[in-house]
Ligand binder design. Sequence first.
Ligand code: ADP
Ligand code: MG
Length: 507
Amino acid sequence: MAATAASPAVGSSSLSFLRSKRSSRALQPRMAVRSASAVTQILTKLQKDCATPLPILRHVADAMANDMRAGLAFDGGSDLKMILSYVDSLRTGVDFVRFGGDERDEKGLFYALDLRGTNFRVLRVQLGGQERRVIATESEQVPIPQELMCATSEELFDFIASGLAKFVEKKGGEFCLLPGRKRELGFTFSFPVKQTSIDSGILINWTKGFAVSGTPGRDVVACLNEAMRRQGLDMQVSALVNDAVGTLAGARYWDDDVMVAVILGTGTNACYVERTDAIPKMAASNSQSGTTIVNTEWGAFSTGLPLTEFDEEMDAESINPGEQIFEKTISGMYLGEIVRRVLLRMTETGSLFGSSIPEKLQTPFSLRTPHICSMHQERSSDLEAVGSVLYNEAGVDSDTEAREIVLEVCDTIVKRGGRLAGAGIVGILEKMEEDTKGRIFGKRTVVAMDGGLYENYPEYRKYLQDAVMELLGPELSEKVVMEHSKDGSGIGAALLAAANSKYRHST
Ligand code: ADP
Ligand code: MG
């Protein structure tokens, strides 16, 4: 650090990412007021603090596996809640998704509701049984107004139920309810829930910026059922499904090799197929297949992560300090905000963008992950697109040097995020393999991936895959397939509603 502090200009050693993208070019500060050494010092320290060489990845993967075991031992045993999904409890589970039996004979119209971070999605699917499988699907997305994220539970659920009612009213040619049946819904709820059965669960706490009063401690299925009743909507929740669990169930309907599902969107989570006899905290299981899906809630993981002062400050000012540290390091809600904090510091102490510090740059979450992503795509030599994002979103004027530094910061934060996510995935795979040799490695294993961050950020995806490859080596990683399962959780939830239909045993 001392060496770089003395360096008069931005050190080229810290610009590896740009060097690989553009011809190397000396960086000469144009703005007299910029303190290149102060900026370099921050950048160099950031890169050092965020570094994820193989030993750190290894440590994170091992810690993930250990924390999984501890969370499976008893409730509260680790940061990882390792929530049982109740999928495949008796024959009302997803045995048709081939956990035990081999039935894909569900028929009829089923609905799904996915309460996500920034929006909710409604979906209907017409199932045609084993032969025809999915006949038709239709979905709609509704943004959740910012103010509802801090409203009362009734207000939030009424808004959702009314959106659902509007969707149901729309006629669709291929969609029809079997005679005499009530509409049934799979409810995907992407927040930590203590599930008490396949169709009930208590909200433990909100995450991803939600702070709705009155829901924690309540059964979210009851909250939704009551709101649907208030809206005059004749529908019942047949399955409560975590979004990662829904993604796994949806992907596995088509592909038996799916063993893990990972969501990387506003927040993050992962789930996997576990043997019931490897779950000490599970009461005597009457599972027929001997397996179930465990929802890790890995966003709460925190062991051995390479963190910076910027992460610590962001966490301290968040609505859930000390919680969801992995999520705050790798997920879409936070990557842009970490970058903003670094740029603000570089401006305050090194006048990165000149002497003024615009209010936008000082505003938390003004710079969001999609902005970081669009800057990261820049290929032109003067970085004009970076400049306009910075101007529009952070209110700053920038010269080429400043833009290059901004790109370095983005790359540093995104690289750390993607690589740590990859290490987490390897931790899960290794835990499964250690319990049952040959279960994961040496055969094709699919990790179903979904979420807006994974879907839209190619550099993030690349870093994630690099880490998996580095950790597993070329031979093992070749058979680990990361498959984008776009919006799989909606179909998965509808399938689980069908598998758990109240009419299941009447034909
Ligand atoms: P949610 O996680 O809110 O349920 P999504 O899975 O659609 O919903 O993810 C949305 C998140 O994905 C956004 O909050 C953002 O962080 C990230 N995201 C969306 N678009 C992009 C993009 N173009 N580049 C990078 N990240 C994106
Ligand atoms: Mg989501």
